[in-house]
Design a protein around this ligand. Structure first.
Ligand code: ADP
Ligand code: MG
Length: 316
């Protein structure tokens, strides 16, 4: 029986640069097409770390080259650009792979904004390094002129850090829903979505880009809930989740209940910034409604995973 599945693609699904992305997307499209071929409805979300880093670095160089002519590009705009060029490759790669298999399904990317709370504690404690390294002088200038938060990064220089607030809801959800219900394959929430805040309060509908990045694992979880998906699949660089990861007593898990997951999280088994947000997102989704499950596995194992043959399944 076909399920509604939200897939969150990790960095390894997209590569680190443009030529790598072209190659990676072929493999990624095959993995996704396998699920569509089995009769599942698939919605694709993805990360954008290296891509948004590249765009941000390019825009910074542009401003540096001629500050009179080019003003700095807001981070929210850089995220929007990354959604555009990743989605462009993904929708074409998928469409081609599906047509090769005789499946005539339209594929499209929806530029997606996620609402974040301006009172989110993350704004008071920015943790996510972004963009190129700076000298002490450059860093001081950025702090003074633009109010950036800057940290010294393990002896390699100074970097800007931004907040990583929790996504509240997806602004374009009705558009995504309409397309999915009409049988289209949709790419949404790229890079965790463009973080925006409602300004003005009350009846104001104005959205303002936030200088922040949203974790794609959390954004995918919200997307899956708002689409009433049956399954959230987080595809990454490991086949399963482990406890005692990288230690002699390492143990790979086939199955994880929300209760166990919380215990392991408290014991510090999952690295913050990599596996922890995935397990947190998986638990949040599994607990959001009876019958919902999450799966964490390797990109190449998506089909085996959904058929219960591998990966770590997370359930309430
Ligand atoms: P993605 O780009 O898919 O989000 P990340 O690098 O952020 O990938 O997260 C996946 C990585 O998390 C794995 O490649 C693995 O090295 C690391 N990891 C940390 N803790 C664990 C754990 N307990 N079990 C499995 N993998 C873990
Ligand atoms: Mg990650």
């Amino acid at each position: 029986m076909g399920k509604r599945i939200v897939i969150a693609l990790g960095g390894n699904a997209l590569g680190n640069n443009l030529p790598e992305q072209m190659v990676a997307i072929e493999q990624t499209s095959k993995a996704i097409a396998d699920l569509i071929e089995e009769g599942h409805e698939v919605i694709i979300a993805h990360g954008n770390g290296p891509q948004v880093g590249m765009i941000q670095a390019a825009m910074t160089e542009l401003t540096r080259s001629n500050p009179e002519k080019y003003i700095p590009c807001p981070l929210s705009v850089c995220v929007a650009m990354s959604q555009g060029y990743i989605g462009y490759d993904l929708q074409n790669g998928l469409r081609e792979e599906l047509l090769d298999r005789g499946i005539d399904k339209p594929c499209a990317t929806v530029l997606t904004q996620v609402i974040v709370d301006p009172e989110d504690p993350a704004f008071k404690n920015p943790t996510k390094p972004i963009g190129s390294f700076m000298t002490k002088e450059e860093a001081d200038k950025m702090v003074e002129e633009r109010g950036y938060t800057v940290v010294e990064d393990s002896g390699r220089g100074y970097r800007r850090v931004v907040a990583s607030p929790k996504p509240q809801s997806i602004e374009e959800i009705e558009t995504v829903k309409a397309l999915v219900n009409a049988g289209h394959v949709v790419v949404a929430c790229g890079g965790g979505g463009i973080p925006v805040i409602h300004t003005g309060g009350g009846h104001s509908h104005h959205l303002k880009g936030a200088a922040a990045v949203v974790d794609k694992d959390f954004a995918s979880c919200v997307l899956a809930q708002q689409l009433d998906a049956d399954c959230l699949i987080i595809l990454t660089a490991v086949e399963k989740v482990a406890i005692n990861f990288g230690k002699p007593e390492e143990k790979w898990l086939d199955d994880l209940s929300a209760e166990e997951a919380k215990k392991y999280m408290a014991e510090g088994h999952f690295a913050p910034g990599s596996m922890l947000p995935k397990v947190q997102a998986a638990v949040q989704f599994a607990e959001s409604k009876p019958g919902r499950t999450a799966l964490i596995t390797l990109l190449e194992k998506a089909k085996d995973g959904i058929n219960g043959k591998t990966g770590t399944a997370i359930h309430a």
